[in-house]
Ligand binder design. Structure first.
Ligand SMILES: NC(=O)c1ccc[n+]([C@@H]2O[C@H](COP(=O)([O-])OP(=O)(O)OC[C@H]3O[C@@H](n4cnc5c(N)ncnc54)[C@H](OP(=O)(O)O)[C@@H]3O)[C@@H](O)[C@H]2O)c1
Length: 331
C-alpha cells in the first residue's frame, strides 16, 4: 500500500512556531536522524518512525553528512524514504543537513573550509536524491578557518539554490553574533542555531539565547532528553534495546547511567507525575517553556516514543514552584 499522510496532520496550528524573526514556521517537536536511521539499523523501523512523525505534524527532519553508521547512510536511508513515501510531500518538509565533523580522510573531510562545506553539501544532496535542503548548517565552529570563509560558503549554498536557509550549530555566543553579522552583510540572514540544551546542560542560558533573540534567530536544541537519560528509560536499569546498551552508540555509554544520575532522574520523574506528564514530556516542555526556543529536536527508536514526545506541547507552562523544585533536584 502506498503511504498516504494522515489528513489530520495539521489539525493543531499551535503545534507550529515561528523560527526567530524569519518567515519559516517549524513544528515544536522535530525529529533527528543521528541514531536509529543508519545502515546498521532496521530500515523498516526507521521508515515507520519517519512516517509516524510526519503523520503527527512533524514536518522537520534533521540530518548531517556523517549520520549513520556508516557515515552518510542516514541520508541514503532518508533518500529511500523520500522515494518510497514522502516525495509527494517534499514541499511540506523542512529537511536539514550539516557539515563540520569528520566525513572522510584528508584535509577536506572536516571543519569549515569552503572546499569541504560546499563539496559536502553536494554529496548530501546526492545521497538524499534531492535538489536542495531547507537548512544547511555549519556543524561546529572551526578555530582555524576564517569565519568569513565558512559563512561565505553557507551564503553561497543559499544563493546557488542548494539550501533555502543557513544555520550554525555548537557555536558559542560571541561567535554566533559574529556569524550572524557576516551572514547579514552577505544578504543571507542566519535562520537558526542548533545547540545542546536540556535540564542537565544549560550552557545556552542566558548569553546565547540573548544573542539569538537580538539577531532574530531561532533555536533548535538537540538532545533535549539527554539521549534518553531524561526519560523513564533507565529508571529500572539499562534495557538491552536502549542507546546506553548499544555498541553502535558510543556517545552514551552505560557508565553515564550512574546511581547519582538515576536518583536525580527519579526525583524529576516524581515532579513530572505531579504535573500529569511523562518525564520525557516534562523534559521537552521545560526546553520549550522559553519562547526563544523554536522546537525541540528529539531522537527516537520506537514509534511510541514519538507519540509520547509530541504530547509535550500540550503543557509547556511551569509554575515558579515547579521550576524551583527542579532546580533544587539538579543543584
Ligand atoms: N548539532 C549537533 O552537534 C548534534 C549532536 C547530537 C544530536 N543532534 C541532533 O539531535 C537529534 C536528537 O538527538 P538525540 O537522539 O540524542 O535526542 P534525545 O531526544 O535527547 O534522545 C533520544 C533518545 O531518547 C529516548 N527517548 C525518546 N523519546 C522517548 C520517550 N518518549 N520515552 C522514553 N525514551 C525516549 C530514545 O532512546 P533509546 O534509543 O534508548 O530508545 C531516543 O533514542 C539527533 O538525531 C540529531 O539530529 C545534533
Amino acid at each position: 500500500m502506498p503511504y498516504e499522510a494522515s489528513p489530520a496532520r495539521y489539525d493543531t496550528p499551535s503545534f507550529f512556531a515561528r523560527c526567530g524573526r524569519s518567515g519559516l514556521m517549524l513544528p515544536k517537536i522535530s525529529l533527528g536522524l543521528w541514531h536509529n536511521f543508519g545502515g546498521v539499523d532496521q530500515f523498516e523501523n526507521s521508515r515507520a518512525l519517519v512516517r509516524r512523525a510526519f503523520d503527527l505534524g512533524i514536518t522537520h527532519f534533521d540530518l548531517a553528512n556523517n549520520y549513520g553508521p556508516p557515515p552518510g547512510s542516514a541520508e541514503e536511508n532518508f533518500g529511500k524514504m523520500l522515494t518510497l513515501d514522502l516525495a509527494p510531500y517534499r514541499d511540506e518538509l523542512v529537511i536539514s543537513t550539516k557539515a563540520g565533523y569528520r566525513m572522510h580522510p584528508g584535509p577536506y573531510g572536516e571543519w569549515g573550509s569552503r572546499k569541504y562545506l560546499l563539496s559536502s553539501l553536494d554529496r548530501s544532496l546526492q545521497r538524499m536524491g534531492i535538489d536542495y535542503v531547507d537548512i544547511f548548517y555549519h556543524h561546529r565552529p572551526d578555530p582555524s578557518t576564517p569565519l568569513e570563509e565558512s559563512m561565505g560558503a553557507l551564503a553561497q549554498a543559499v544563493r546557488s539554490g542548494k539550501a533555502i536557509y543557513a544555520g550554525v550549530s555548537n557555536y558559542d555566543a560571541p561567535t554566533t553574533a559574529r556569524a550572524a553579522r557576516i551572514l547579514r552583510d552577505l544578504g543571507v540572514p542566519a535562520l537558526i542555531h542548533q545547540p545542546n540544551y536540556n535540564l542537565f546542560n544549560r550552557w545556552i542560558e542566558p548569553e546565547l539565547l540573548g544573542v539569538l533573540e537580538s539577531e532574530g534567530m531561532g533555536c533548535i536544541p538537540f538532545c533535549p532528553l539527554a539521549q534518553g537519560l531524561l526519560t523513564n528509560r533507565y529508571l529500572g536499569g539499562i534495557p538491552a534495546d536502549s542507546r546506553a546498551a548499544n555498541a553502535n552508540s558510543p556517545f552514551l555509554n552505560a557508565d553515564r547511567v550512574t546511581p547519582e544520575t538515576v536518583a536525580k532522574v527519579q526525583k524529576l520523574n516524581a515532579v513530572a507525575q505531579e504535573r500529569g506528564q511523562s518525564l520525557a514530556r516534562m523534559a521537552l516542555a521545560w526546553v520549550l517553556r522559553d519562547a526563544r526556543v523554536t522546537t525541540a529536536l528529539i531522537g527516537a527508536s520506537k514509534v511510541s516514543q514519538i507519540d509520547d514526545c509530541v504530547g509535550a506541547t500540550e503543557n509547556t507552562h511551569f509554575s515558579s514552584e515547579e521550576l524551583a523544585k527542579i532546580d533544587a533536584i539538579l543543584a
